[in-house]
Write a protein that binds this ligand. Structure first.
Ligand code: ADP
Length: 313
C-alpha cells in the first residue's frame, strides 16, 4: 500500500535528500522527479554521489534527511514492496561468477518467486544474444556479455523501474551503443522507466533528460539539447604547433576566461569584450606558431565544465 504519495508527481522522486559519511557530504539537499517512461541519466564523475543516490532509491541505504519515493511508495516505509517493483543493476558485482548464464537467470527469477518463462518476453531480445553461451560461467564472459546477462537478471521479475548504476563503465564503445539501444527498446516496447548513472558525458544524447551531478548536488537538469542550448558563452577550439606549451600561454593570457584540454584542442572562453583575433595576436606575439582558433558548439562536457566553474565561485 502506498504510504507516502508522490508530491513531486513522478514515478521516482526525491525531496531534500541528504546523506553524509562522516564529514563527507555525499548527497546535499537533492530534489528531483522522473516521469513514467523516461530514460533519465545522472551524469557525473567518480565521487559525485550517484551510487549513494541509487542505493537510497533502491532501499539499500537510509537517507539522513529528506524523502524519496518510487512508484507511489516511500523508500523507507515501503522498502519491501519497492524491491519487487524495481530492477537494480549495481556498478560492480551483481552476478554469481561461478554460476552459468542460465543458472544466474534462474536464480534471480527464483528470488522473486517467478520463472524465466513467465517474463521471458521482456528479456527475449537481450537473452538471444547470450544464449549461445548459456552454459558458460558468468565469470568467463566478456564485459559486454556480462553486462547483458546482468540486465536480463535485473529484468527477470518484470520491474516497473530499472536502476542501472554505471552499466557502461569499462565496456567497449560498440557494446555501450548496443546497450543504450536495448534500453530504448525496453522503454518503447514495455514502457519501462529507466534511471541510469554514468561518468560518460557523451552518453547524454541517448537520454530523455539528464542531471549533471557534482559534490552531491544536481548542477543542472534538462533535456540534452536544453543543457547545450543553455550554454551562455561563445566557445573556441584553440590549437598551436606546441600544444603542450599552449596550455601555459592560455592560462597566462588576460583575454582567456576558461581553458580546458579536450581531445586534440583546448576549449576556451574569453573574457567580456575579448575577440578571437585579439587572442590570436596575443598568442602569436608570445611566440606560439600555427595558432588556430575555431568557434565551436559546446558539448555536454563543456556545459559540465562551465557549471563546475560557476559552482566554484
Ligand atoms: P559516485 O557513485 O558518483 O562515484 P558515491 O556515491 O560512491 O559517488 O560517493 C559519494 C561520496 O561519498 C564520495 O566522496 C565517496 O568517497 C563517499 N563515500 C561513498 N561511500 C562511502 C562509504 N561507505 N564510506 C565513506 N565515504 C563514502
Amino acid at each position: 500500500m502506498a504510504t507516502s504519495g508522490s508530491d513531486a508527481g513522478g514515478i521516482v522522486w526525491a525531496d531534500g535528500l541528504c546523506k553524509k559519511y562522516g564529514k563527507t557530504e555525499a548527497l546535499s539537499q537533492l530534489s528531483f522527479s522522473v516521469d513514467e517512461g523516461e530514460i533519465y541519466s545522472i551524469i557525473g564523475p567518480d565521487g559525485a554521489g550517484k551510487t549513494t543516490l541509487f542505493r537510497i532509491l533502491t532501499t539499500l541505504l537510509l537517507p539522513d534527511e529528506g524523502k524519496a519515493g518510487v512508484d507511489g511508495l516511500d523508500v523507507v516505509a515501503d522498502y519491501r514492496d519497492i524491491r519487487r517493483r524495481i530492477g537494480y543493476m549495481p556498478g560492480r558485482f551483481s552476478l554469481y561468477q561461478d554460476l552459468s548464464v542460465e543458472e544466474n537467470l534462474k536464480f534471480f527469477a527464483s528470488v522473486f518467486n517467478t520463472t524465466v518463462e513467465e517474463n521471458y518476453a521482456l528479456v527475449a531480445d537481450i537473452y538471444r544474444q547470450i544464449e549461445p553461451f548459456k552454459d558458460r560461467r558468468a565469470g568467463k564472459l566478456s564485459g559486454g556479455m556480462k553486462q547483458k546477462l546482468a540486465l536480463c537478471c535485473a529484468l527477470i521479475h518484470a520491474p516497473r523501474v530499472l536502476f542501472l548504476d554505471e552499466p557502461t563503465t569499462g565496456v567497449d564503445p560498440v557494446s555501450r551503443r548496443e546497450f543504450w539501444t536495448m534500453l530504448k527498446k525496453l522503454r518503447d516496447e514495455h514502457g519501462l522507466t529507466v534511471l541510469v548513472s554514468t561518468p560518460y558525458m557523451d552518453e547524454a544524447s541517448w537520454c530523455d533528460r539528464i542531471s549533471l551531478m557534482q559534490g552531491g548536488r544536481f548542477m543542472q537538469t534538462d533535456t540534452p539539447v536544453g543543457i547545450v542550448e543553455a550554454y551562455a558563452d561563445r566557445l573556441f577550439a584553440v590549437m598551436a604547433a606546441d600544444m603542450h606549451g599552449l596550455m601555459t600561454g592560455l592560462k597566462a593570457c588576460p583575454l582567456v576566461a576558461t581553458s580546458f584540454s579536450f581531445g586534440a584542442a583546448y576549449h576556451v572562453t574569453l573574457v567580456p569584450g575579448a575577440t578571437p583575433d585579439a587572442l590570436r595576436s596575443w598568442l602569436t606575439a608570445k611566440g606560439y606558431a600555427e595558432v588556430g582558433i575555431t568557434e565551436i558548439s559546446p558539448s555536454v562536457e563543456d556545459c559540465f565544465m562551465a557549471l563546475m566553474k560557476t559552482s566554484e565561485k
